[in-house]
Design a protein around this ligand. Sequence first.
Ligand code: GLU
Length: 553
Amino acid sequence: MVSNLELANIIFPDVKETLEDLERRYPSRNLKEGAEVTRFAPSPTGFLHTGSLFTSLICRKVATQSGGVFYVRLEDTDTKREIQGSGEQLLSQLKVFDIVPDEGYLGNEEKGEYAPYTQSKRADIYRVAIKYLLEQGRAYPCFCSQSELDEIRSKQEKMKLIPGYYGQFAKCRFLTNDERASRILAGEPFVIRFKSTGNHIRKIKVNDLVHGTFEIAQNDQDIVIYKSDGLPTYHFAHCVDDHFMRTTTVIRGEEWISSLPIHIELFEAMGWKAPRYAHLPVIMKLDEKGNKRKLSKRLDSEAAVSYFLEDGYPAEALIMYLMTIANSNFEEWIFAHKFEHMEEFEFSFSKMSLEGALFDIGKLNFFAREILAKKNKQEIFDMAYNYAKKYNPELKELIEKDPHFFAEIMNIEREKENPRKDYEKFGNLPELIGFFYKENYDQADVSSLPFNEKFSKEVIKEVLTALRDELSLDNDEQSWFANMKEIGIKLGFAANNKEFKANPEAFKGSIGDVAEILRISLTTKKNSPNLYYVMKVLGKEECDRRINKILSI
Ligand code: GLU
């Protein structure tokens, strides 16, 4: 009779190492009490999802805060789904957000004592662990073909039973080791399944750092742990890796909670202590009908981190926004800290809301404006230019045409106590500041500017002529405004809105209307940065040229 040990040797004759050898090769980490070892474990199957950025942010934060280690592991055992180059891309995008692992898979290299950090390079390690399970009788080869598995499934459907390979349906469980050995020696293809001892009627208690303690049905599925391509499946690989990379805390999306019973049983079967788990809430979105749904890779552009980068959001703003999802007290904290030094905020799992947060672009825009307003002239120039070079040829052209001019535009009301918050991203800069450039202004149709309809062409021309001839740009902002007021009063406009409202019949409009006529004439828009500074940047000559252009139609 073939014993478990013999069967294990028939399947893996060349595996000589033991779990003890691996324990020695990957010893416990020498870290201070309470230090957390966290990991981000992406599969190289596509772009960096906003939810994954959220996960890695928390992983980084928890490790840094506790004096621990954050590493990245590339989970590439599903070779069919792999997209070439996406691993490198994930890492370079994380870096943009200043999320840099201490060790692990770093894109084009690997760093750290627990290497390799790419699962496809760890086949030998997994084989040692699987051999151990075979020896223990907690794993067995399965020879079922796809059609046999389909047959099982349709039987289960008919009987209205939970689908899967378990209990009486787990056919190959009931083979003898002799039968197994002879089929393997005859060259029959097989996979290896875990032999579960669970029963889904029974519940286990699990403790989650976000969700607290809850009960969940035991696993009873004999899942595949080793595929015919010589690689393990995700469930098994993650268990081996988290053990030998000495992960203390697995932080990942809530969608993995349902797999937790499998993972816990695998750790038990291996005789290992399971790490602590923190399942993070999923980021949601309101659909057209007002229902909450998960941010979808397929439907929502904001599901991909690249969307924010391509649109020119400051990376810091997205991180700040994600921190508001992470901890309910963060928002108040960051206000009190004037949107600075968010790295000093103390994160805690217990302050994480259980309900998925709704993605709120308005809030992101708010943070982005705060952050961009704080940058000095050089910083904002560099940020805009770096963005433009990578993502926005139109903006690049504007900047390169006259870098000094661009810097002056961006510097309007910057570097002061209460800077203006005109910009939230760089993607819409050409649209917002294009008017500053002569060529763009000249392309606009000045015969259909959005002037208030209550003013006749004659009034508009009268106002513009007076402003052109009498409004000086040599004064400071206050005197400039006083100057404009005088001109307005002379032409029959009220000095302020209150005066105008009290007696509307007596005036053509208020001084605000005068400023609006001027603003629209110079910028083609109703909204622009501070008009005084717009004029300063344009210069008197260009302002006059624009006014003359309107006067001539
Ligand atoms: N590779 C898994 C994923 O793509 C990682 C899950 C985990 O963090 O355990 O999401």
